[in-house]
Design a protein around this ligand. Structure first.
Ligand code: ADP
Length: 312
């Protein structure tokens, strides 16, 4: 319970959608830098609920993997807000690299390396019965050694106060799978695999693949680019709470269509991409199956992490 005494809070590093992030260091070792993420907790969770949140987070502390950000500690402060002490990763995130088209060049070997790290992170989460639920380039932080680390588990966000949104930053829908857009209540690791697929696509084309402004537009974009969900390709879809009958039905995109847009990762890469973007979550590839895909062993080999492009 004296977790907060173990760390000294320093200057503010940044503001996120639902949290402020501060630099910090371990009291016993000022060279051990950390990021302290202070999440504003919703009113209904105050008065004793923050400890529950902290308890829920303790299992994330046990989730140790090179491609998952380390949660070193969690505590609630006097004001009942939730503080997460995280590994300090000051080199930015994958979104910054994807967007900096003028200065950051990368190719298929780099994409393969980044995708390998992301897939291993997601496989490890699912193997430990943890769903991430918010995989996007901005949540893939870069470590000094080039390792990409999955950050920002949606769990903490569940306690955050959306009314107190601190920036104009909107929680993005672009990586959300069709089953969630249709209001499915029972979902699985397949939700994260879809997000991994949309990140894969974005790494290739360097622009968000399905940038819908709202849920209706999201469904329309998915329908046009990937195919319209129907009882034929996804038995049971029409029973989902928020399923809408499509105005126009587009058949599921074939390999040639994907090759035109994503061919720079080769036919095997495109095969993997297509399997992550299967509409029916039960038919979608799993993270474990992704790791067994032949793309990883097909030329070109993934870049070594020390050779990956970084923020200039
Ligand atoms: P968002 O997800 O909305 O970008 P976050 O709340 O995750 O925002 O983080 C806000 C800012 O704090 C980030 O843009 C980044 O500059 C910084 N930050 C977040 N986490 C870390 C970390 N582990 N190490 C270093 N800086 C971080």
């Amino acid at each position: 319970e004296d977790e907060k005494k173990k760390y000294v809070k320093g200057k503010k590093l940044g503001e996120g959608t639902y949290a402020n992030v501060y630099l910090g260091h371990a009291r016993h070792d000022p060279s051990l830098l950390v990021a302290i993420k202070k999440i504003k907790v919703q009113k209904e969770y105050r008065d004793g609920m923050a400890p529950d949140a902290v308890r829920e987070l303790t299992h994330l502390q046990e989730l140790r993997h090179p491609n998952i950000i380390s949660l070193l500690s969690a505590f609630s402060s006097k004001d009942q807000n939730l503080n997460l002490v995280l590994e300090f990763l000051p080199l930015g995130d994958l979104e910054m690299l994807i967007r900096d088209v003028d200065r950051v060049r990368y190719g298929a070997p780099d994409i393969k390396a980044w995708m390998g790290m992301l897939t291993r992170a997601v496989w490890f989460c699912h193997d430990n019965y943890v769903l991430h639920r918010d995989i996007k380039p901005n949540n893939l932080l870069i470590a000094a050694d080039g390792e990409v680390k999955l950050a920002d588990f949606g769990l903490a966000r569940g306690f955050a106060d959306p009314g107190q949104r601190m920036t104009a930053n909107v929680i993005t829908r672009w990586y959300r799978p069709p089953e969630l857009l249709y209001g499915a209540r029972h979902y699985s690791g397949a939700v994260d695999v879809w997000s991994v697929g949309t990140v894969f696509a974005e790494l290739i084309i360097r622009t968000p693949y399905l940038p819908g402004d709202n849920d209706i537009e999201m469904v329309r974009l998915i329908s046009r680019a990937i195919g319209t969900p129907t009882e034929d390709n996804w038995p049971g879809v029409t029973k989902l709470r928020e399923y809408t009958i499509p105005i126009e039905v587009t058949p599921v995109a074939d390999k040639a269509t994907y090759m035109n847009r994503f061919g720079s990762v080769g036919p095997e890469g495109v095969d993997l991409l297509m399997r992550t973007l299967i509409l029916d979550p039960r038919k979608r590839i799993t993270a474990r199956e992704m790791l067994e895909h032949k793309w990883w062993r097909t030329d070109p080999r993934p870049s070594r992490k020390e050779d990956l492009p970084r923020k200039s």
